[in-house]
Write a protein that binds this ligand. Structure first.
Ligand SMILES: N[C@@H](CCC(=O)N[C@@H](CS)C(=O)NCC(=O)O)C(=O)O
Length: 181
């Protein structure tokens, strides 16, 4: 049985963090969420690749291991925690469960990001809220929407990525598919 509570680094705006928090809550696995990103200074080890959420497990020798990737992590929890399992015991239904999980894990985020950034009111709200959740603590002045678009050092890559996302033809094609009736 792993150490309790489980410790994870994540952000409320990260769909994979939300996925894992939902699973932990359903399974009633105690956890401690450190809100931040890998740009937040900590003494914790860095995983490869540096993704959110990152879980920290204490190994037998007392050292801490940083682990990412929600799908194998969910399976690890199936193995490590006996109660309220997510994967059905019937092998055929378990296969369907894996299929649905993989589909949602790989593709549902596309719809989520579409609805986060496609409509101007949503995009404005996201641009206002997300940096507060994912970047190291900053002053209100540095976080002001104007500063967000001009790009202070930590936010500039995020702004550039968002601008690319809006202009890319493939993203326009994906938007049409996602929002098709
Ligand atoms: N396959 C990973 C994906 C995790 C992931 O993409 N997390 C995003 C945040 S929701 C991230 O850390 N992105 C940072 C980046 O791409 O540099 C999982 O299932 O946990």
């Amino acid at each position: 049985m792993p150490h309790s509570p489980l410790m994870l680094l994540g952000a409320p705006g990260s769909p994979y963090t939300r996925k894992m928090l939902a699973a932990l809550r359903y399974r009633r696995i105690p956890y401690r969420l450190l809100v931040g990103s890998h740009r937040t200074p900590t003494d914790l080890p860095r995983p490869k690749p540096q993704l959110l959420p990152t879980f920290y497990f204490t190994k037998e020798d007392g050292s801490i291991e940083a682990v990412v990737d929600s799908t194998p992590l969910l399976r690890r929890f199936e193995r490590d925690y006996p109660d309220r399992k997510l994967v059905p015991s019937d092998p055929a239904i378990a296969f369907l469960d894996y299929l649905l999980e993989d589909f949602a894990d790989e593709w549902l985020t596309k719809a989520m990001f579409h609805y986060r950034w496609h409509f101007p009111a949503d995009a404005e709200q996201a641009a206002e809220i997300l940096p507060r959740w994912s970047v190291k603590p900053m002053t209100e002045a540095a976080l002001a929407p104007k500063a967000l678009h001009q790009g202070p050092p930590d936010l500039a890559p995020l702004c550039r990525r968002l601008q690319r996302h809006h202009r890319a033809p493939s993203s326009r094609r994906a938007s049409a598919v996602i929002s098709a009736p």
